[in-house]
Design a protein around this ligand. Structure first.
Ligand SMILES: Cc1ncc(COP(=O)(O)O)c(C=O)c1O
Length: 418
């Protein structure tokens, strides 16, 4: 793997930490030091290389890398676009945005045909909340422990006091109901006939990989239909193959009014997100193309990345691979946790390549994260749950890499249990 730089000595680590401390965040600098103080300099496929030459298996990245890093299909598309027009005037029509919208809607559920592109996930959620409001759906209902990003609108739906309290007042007219509780949702929707927007993740990611009871999502969709509410599926973490289906909603055949995608959409190369809506839902944005805009929305470079990522996912059957690899990993990790950690792990759960290990002991998830790094694997903590370690491996993981993950996990588990 070429690092593209010859400056890969220990001084890179010190200088980077010092610059973080001076210009970015002392907290981030301290966290970096806690994780061994190494600096990430290069990535390819399932691997990340550090400035000291360590190779780490990337099962983290908050779910971005379904195609792995620098997938050749994505890189080729982006390189070609870089030499043409990476950013467009926005006054003229531009083919890449149109082609990317066509490619994306060819894999979204039937009827979802209209797209607004953005860069980050929260931006796409904002667009969905605004679209709902423009349609008269002004009461925003989201789920306890749900995560939708940290811009003010998205934050109003994100449910963790440590993130929300410093920024109050947030959006008015919001309610949080327990995830998986159909009756609680029905109660709220009855009080807001024709004027609610329900924002929900098919599987809650940052809450610690919470899989809802069977039949929950179809029941939510039925309630939305009954009470004239908008249904927005936040597929930023669950979509694009992560769960072994193109979309989390596909597991139950649920088609929302609006779907939001992000993370994997840019193929791990360019930040891209999208809000995809039915023609009827999109009508207010369709009528006035300036009612909701952003300078870099649909920028050709990101559009090329999205087309490359969608092509790579389809051509390499990454959706099917995520389902198959994830199912095996879940069994193997469950066995490993039971053998090595016993009652210290409350549950290993997940769908596809979104796997959560819920610890029964305070602080254990953090220790496991540190020991996994030591053993050569990058994992995720969970933003809305301190007890759950999350693994989000890429679907390009091969047999050797899968075994590497299990061996490293066993070493980490033994280290924390000793
Ligand atoms: C389900 C979900 N929605 C929204 C977001 C916010 O995305 P971003 O961090 O790109 O703004 C995330 C990020 O983790 C997410 O998991």
């Amino acid at each position: 793997m070429s690092t593209g730089s010859t400056v890969t000595t220990a001084s890179t680590v010190d200088l980077t930490a010092a610059r973080y401390r001076r210009h970015l965040s002392t907290g981030r600098a301290a966290l970096g030091e806690m994780f061994g103080g190494d600096v990430e300099v290069c990535a390819r496929g399932a691997w990340v290389r550090t400035s000291t030459g360590r190779e780490l298996l990337n099962c983290g990245g908050y779910g971005v890398f379904i195609t792995g890093a620098r997938h050749p299909r994505v890189v080729a598309a982006v390189r070609e676009q870089l030499d043409r027009n990476p950013v467009a005037t926005r006054l003229l029509l531009e083919p890449q945005a149109a082609l990317a919208a066509e490619a994306l809607t060819s894999v979204t559920p039937p009827g979802l045909s209209r797209v607004h592109f953005a860069c980050g996930g929260a931006e796409a959620v904002e667009a969905a909340i605004k679209l709902a409001r423009a349609n008269g759906k002004r009461h925003l209902v989201s789920m306890v422990d749900g995560y939708h990003g940290k811009t003010l609108g998205a934050l109003s739906a994100t449910a963790r006091p440590v993130f929300t309290e410093p920024f109050r007042p947030l959006l008015p007219d919001t309610t949080h109901v327990p995830f998986g509780d159909v009756a609680a949702l029905a109660g709220v929707l009855e009080r807001h006939p024709g004027s609610a927007c329900v924002l929900v993740e098919p599987v809650q990611g940052e809450a610690g990989v919470i899989v809802p009871p069977a039949g929950y999502l179809p029941a939510v969709a039925a309630l939305c239909a009954e009470h004239g509410a908008f249904l927005v599926l936040d597929e930023i973490q669950t979509g694009l193959g992560r769960l072994g289906h193109w979309w989390g909603g596909d597991r139950d055949g649920v088609v929302p009014d609006v779907l939001v995608a992000g993370k994997a959409l840019g193929g791990g190369v360019v930040p891209v997100s999208a809000m995809v809506a039915t023609e009827a839902a999109f009508a207010p944005f369709d009528r006035d193309p300036f009612i909701h805009t952003s300078t870099f929305s649909g920028a050709p470079l990101g559009m090329a990345a999205a087309r490359g990522a969608l092509a790579a996912i389809a051509e390499e059957d990454l959706v099917g691979r995520a389902g198959r690899i994830g199912a095996r990993l879940l069994v193997e990790l469950t066995r490993l946790c039971a053998d090595v950690l016993g009652d210290a792990v409350a549950e290993v759960r997940g769908v596809g390549l979104l796997i959560g290990i819920e610890c029964a002991v305070e602080g254990l998830a953090g220790e496991l994260l540190l020991e996994l790094m030591e053993a050569g694997v990058v994992a995720n903590h969970s933003l809305n749950s301190d007890r759950v370690l999350r693994l989000t491996p890429p679907a390009v993981l091969d047999e050797r890499e899968r075994q590497y993950l299990l061996d490293a996990f066993e070493r980490a588990a033994r280290a924390v249990s000793s």
